[in-house]
Design a protein around this ligand. Structure first.
Ligand code: SAM
Length: 282
């Protein structure tokens, strides 16, 4: 019982780290989706009826749809992610619910837009695509977006020419340690690196694709939070609490060497992530 309460507390903690650490799609990306939708599906009174964001996490993409739809639904299989999304929700027309993406409880033909942000690689693709097809109205869009979780560019604000490649190597090395303990993440990262080209999607219906950069300005400690927000971190921490502590101490020490300071919070970094986006039209 105590273990279950503690585990829940830890995953709630991870959900809030996740919410603070991960990027949010930029406004121009959302506008580009809306622009595509207006080409194939007419709004009523300047708004569409329904959008659904699946694998919504703590609402990173869900909230951005609120201005364009009468109703926006965010579904996620994780209770702690949905709790965090509800805590952050300031919109009357946005509803979050714990639900698997393959069994969304809405009427067929009632949705103009389905988005999946950084989550498609977790789904049963065949069952999910069948559900999306049933939900969408003719001309409706299914949009999948994602980003590789290691920043494509990392710079030190006070020394923009410093080479920080060693930080990317450090994150990759941490992922390899998780993998050696049975928590493999490689299949997902491969899919993200390939921008989902290696997932069986209805490419004959692809109507638009693009990429968008997002830059976050954060202190050096951000790298530790980013590592802790990655999928296997919580599993490794649960299974090997002592090893997790020593691994994170090692990461902190190596960061101190790379950034040449014991106080990581004093160094400001700029981390740029690249979102890719693919739109499929029903
Ligand atoms: C990497 S997070 C992405 C969260 C958010 N969309 C974002 O952009 O940051 C992936 C999310 O997918 C959820 N997920 C995994 N499998 C799922 C499924 N079968 N149905 C619904 N959600 C699922 C996880 O709980 C997690 O919150």
């Amino acid at each position: 019982m105590l273990k279950a309460i503690l585990r829940n507390r830890v995953s709630t903690l991870i959900s809030s780290i996740y919410a603070e650490t991960r990027p949010t799609p930029p406004e121009k990306l959302v506008k580009s989706i809306i622009n595509q939708l207006s080409k194939s599906c007419l709004p009523t009174n300047n708004k569409w009826n329904r959008a659904v964001d699946v694998g919504c996490g703590s609402g990173q993409a869900t909230f951005l749809l609120a201005d364009y739809f009468d109703q926006v639904f965010g579904f996620d299989i994780s209770e702690t992610q949905i709790d965090e999304a509800k805590r952050r929700n300031k919109f009357n027309n946005v509803t979050f619910k714990v639900n698997s993406g393959e069994e969304i409880p809405l009427e067929d033909g009632s949705v103009q837009l389905v988005t999946v942000c950084q989550a498609l690689h977790f789904f049963n693709i065949e069952a999910f695509l069948a559900k999306v097809d049933a939900l969408l109205v003719p001309g409706g869009l299914f949009v999948t977006l994602g980003y590789y979780q290691i920043p494509k560019k990392l710079i030190r604000v006070d020394d923009p020419n410093a080479n920080l490649d060693a930080i990317g190597d450090l994150i990759e090395a941490t992922k390899r340690i998780w993998r050696d303990h049975g928590f493999d993440y490689i299949v997902y990262t491969d899919q993200l690196m390939a921008k989902y080209r290696n997932i069986k999607l209805p490419y004959d219906r692809l109507c638009y694709e693009d990429t968008f950069d997002v830059t976050l300005r954060r202190p050096g400690t951000y790298i530790i939070d980013l590592i802790n927000s990655l999928g296997p971190a919580i599993k490794f921490r649960d299974a090997y609490p002592d090893k997790h502590v020593s691994l994170m101490n090692k990461v902190r020490q190596e960061l101190a060497v790379i950034l040449n300071t014991e106080d990581l919070s004093k160094v400001m970094l700029e981390a740029t992530f690249e979102y890719f986006i693919m739109c499929f039209k029903k």
